[in-house]
Design a protein around this ligand. Structure first.
Ligand code: PRX
Length: 653
């Protein structure tokens, strides 16, 4: 509990600067009050900020745990993010300012985007993609990723973006689960000066993904990446993006979509080995992301908004692509690592493009802190006016550093709590009105109701409990692709008999002002550098290795990543532990899932601590991994196992 106590002793307060409040979109609490008094009316008015082909006839149909928002209406997400700006002064405004890791730069205006999205949509149609078909997107963070997403939205195809850092096997599993017809990839992308061989990974994934009929390959750099083998094109199946686009027609009207038509599937980790395909639909999702982008980031027409997330994550979907573009904003998109070629790359980009609103993750902020103040000091960050944080709890120390060294004491910070499943930000300060406390995501935004509940669904006004969203919201997930039971079980079964209560899987504290302090996951899901990884996923990967009999994976506190993975492994007879095998297993997991899932520690053990009924006691393994005194061991079948393990773990470090 010590972390919680520390958080609650945080007495620093940061009121919004007067000059900020005066110009802010939201500058009074009246919005919260009116939204609370008439939640449906509030969301209906936000939905009406979008362009509709046919107006909706009903705001919410709620049969717990199923919600339908804005039924009877038709609209198109790409139309709202692109076409509607063309008839305004935004026509020639920069939509995407792109910078590649090697330093190449491109700016696409809204007009450019309008041309590219229509051509890409025609290209997909020419390959037989129809409304409702699934399209996999496995690209580096380059403008084509946003173009491809919007092109799918334009014709009603369902995209499923897979993060470029994921392995061929992860791509294969996702494409099979979604039964994708087309995959859009690139010959490669850049990360820390190396080429990530996305096309080769795709070829490997597609050895066992029979639903995929076509692969479109973006040439990452004109003239290729200097090595033919990065794109070994297969006759009939593979097509160069630039060749098809050269002949693609701009004549491709935006398909009128029903509000509840699926917009995308995005896979995320859960408590089983199989990732969940989170399903988001059209109108509710766009309403949620457009409204929260405008209010939380206070976006104005002259802002330059940089959300550093990759499109492979929900943050990239909602606050790099859909939310900002629906608002007609200028976004910055950067392909590579923050420390390439040097540790001031982000600040150099902020200065060069005059970034005004900057949104990143605590894991990055902790790395910046560690690298030292002299890196940001070298650059002119005076255009910045607002900072954001997302993905994991931000420790007050990192918050204050961010405020001082990046925001120069001038920029409010919005610590935004949300999830892949919520689609949009739920708990966050509004920068013109909220007096923030470092480490607290503060309060639910207008239109959302968050509470802390105990096991009996009783509200806990102050103290610790389980976070719950007690009313449906427009951008909530609608189901898990192909596994509706899992949707009900995972999110709406925490409180028996209350299918109206959404359980996000997080624990939190609430202070006397009603502010939330998110404490992290209460299930077997870890948050490593702001990314969700299920312990089961890593365990399943480990036991696929021929040497491994059994594996248990737990999280341990990590200075930069927040949490890191520690694996306890028992070997099959005939195999012997060695540092080579340890390295091999780490590489094996990275290869199976992706580098983000590589365990930091692997401990070989003859036995794992189990209860008499055979359940592995992960709680004790966590105590070991984090160097704590062991908790209660009386329920163990053999208490000696855990004592031996602890000794072994400590002697290894
Ligand atoms: O545990 C919470 C943590 O990240 C989880 C959601 O992960 P994901 O779906 O990958 O989305 C990340 C980006 C939205 C949550 O259940 N989390 C996210 N934001 C915060 C956070 N924890 C504390 N504070 C936050 N601001």
């Amino acid at each position: 509990m010590s972390d919680i106590d520390v958080l609650l002793q945080e007495n620093r307060r940061f009121a919004p600067p007067g000059h900020f409040s005066e110009q802010a979109h939201v500058n009074s609490w009246a919005l919260h009050q009116s939204a609370a008094a008439d939640m449906e009316g509030y969301w209906a008015s936000r939905a009406r900020e979008l362009d509709w082909f046919t107006p909706f006839t009903s705001v919410l149909e709620w049969t717990p745990p199923r919600a339908k928002w804005f039924t009877g209406g038709t609209l198109n997400v790409a139309y709202n993010c692109v076409d509607r700006h063309i008839s305004t002064a935004r026509r020639n405004k920069a939509a995407i300012i792109f910078e590649g890791e090697p330093g190449d730069r491109r700016t696409l205006t809204y007009w450019d985007l309008y041309v590219e999205v229509r051509k890409c949509a025609s290209m997909l149609k020419s390959l037989g993609v129809q409304k409702g078909d699934r399209v996999g997107i496995y690209l580096p963070l380059i403008p084509e990723a946003a173009i491809a997403m919007l092109a799918c939205a334009r014709i009603g195809a369902i995209h499923s973006v897979v993060f470029g850092g994921f392995s061929p096997e992860s791509l294969r599993d996702r494409m099979n689960d979604a039964q994708a017809k087309v995959v859009i990839t690139a010959d490669g992308g850049y990360r820390r000066g190396q080429v990530v061989p996305l096309k080769r990974n795709t070829d490997k994934a597609l050895e066992d993904a029979p639903s995929v009929q076509h692969v479109i390959v973006v040439q990452r750099r004109p003239g290729g990446l200097g090595d033919e083998s990065f794109a070994d094109m297969r006759e009939g199946r593979d097509h160069w993006w630039h060749r098809l686009m050269a002949h693609a027609s701009t004549d491709c009207p935006a398909e009128p979509m029903d509000s509840e038509d699926v917009l995308f599937i995005l896979y995320t980790s859960g408590t089983t080995g199989k990732p969940k395909g989170i399903v988001h639909t059209t109108a509710g999702y766009l309403t949620g992301v457009a409204a929260t982008t405008r209010d939380v980031f206070d976006l104005k027409d002259d802002d330059v908004f940089w959300c550093t997330a990759d499109v492979g994550w929900i943050t990239g979907h909602s606050y790099l692509v859909y939310g900002p573009l629906a608002n007609g904003a200028t976004i910055v998109m950067y392909e590579g690592a923050p420390d390439w070629p040097d540790k001031d790359r982000f600040w150099e980009i902020c200065a060069r493009h005059g970034v005004t609103v900057f949104y990143t993750a605590p894991t990055a902020i902790r790395a910046f802190m560690k690298w030292g103040d002299h890196w940001p000091t070298r650059h002119d960050l005076s255009r910045l006016r607002l900072l954001g944080s997302v993905g994991e709890p931000i420790n007050p120390e990192a918050w204050v550093w961010y405020h001082e060294h990046i925001g120069h004491g001038r920029c409010p910070i919005v610590d935004t709590w949300w999830q892949t499943e919520t689609g949009a930000i739920v708990i966050s300060p509004l920068p013109g009105i909220t007096t923030t406390k470092p480490g607290s995501a503060t309060k639910a935004l207008p239109g959302y109701t968050a509470e802390l509940l105990d096991a009996n669904a009783t509200v806990i006004p102050t103290g610790g409990g389980l976070l719950a969203l007690t009313r449906p919201w427009p951008s909530m997930l609608r189901t898990i692709w192909g596994d509706d039971n899992r949707y009900v079980e995972t999110y709406f079964s925490k409180w028996p008999g209350r299918p109206d209560l959404y359980f996000p899987g997080d624990g939190a504290k609430r202070d006397d002002d009603g502010f939330f302090w998110i404490l992290g996951r209460v299930d077997d899901v870890l948050n490593v550098a702001g990314h969700r990884i299920g312990t089961m996923e890593v365990e399943s990967a480990l036991v696929e290795h021929p040497a491994v009999a059994e594996a248990a994976v737990v999280g341990k506190v990590h200075e930069l990543k927040g949490q890191a993975l520690a694996a306890f492994v028992t070997l099959r007879t005939g195999f012997h532990h060695s540092s080579e095998l340890r390295d091999e297993l780490k590489a094996f997991v990275a290869d199976k899932i992706g580098a983000i899932a590589r365990p930091d520690d692997i401990l070989f053990s003859a036995d794992l601590p189990k209860t008499r009924s055979g359940k592995i006691m992960r709680r004790l393994l966590r105590d070991i991994a984090e160097g704590r005194a062991l908790g209660d061991t009386t329920t163990l079948a053999d208490p000696n196992v855990v004592a031996g393990l602890k000794e072994q773990y400590e002697s290894q470090e």
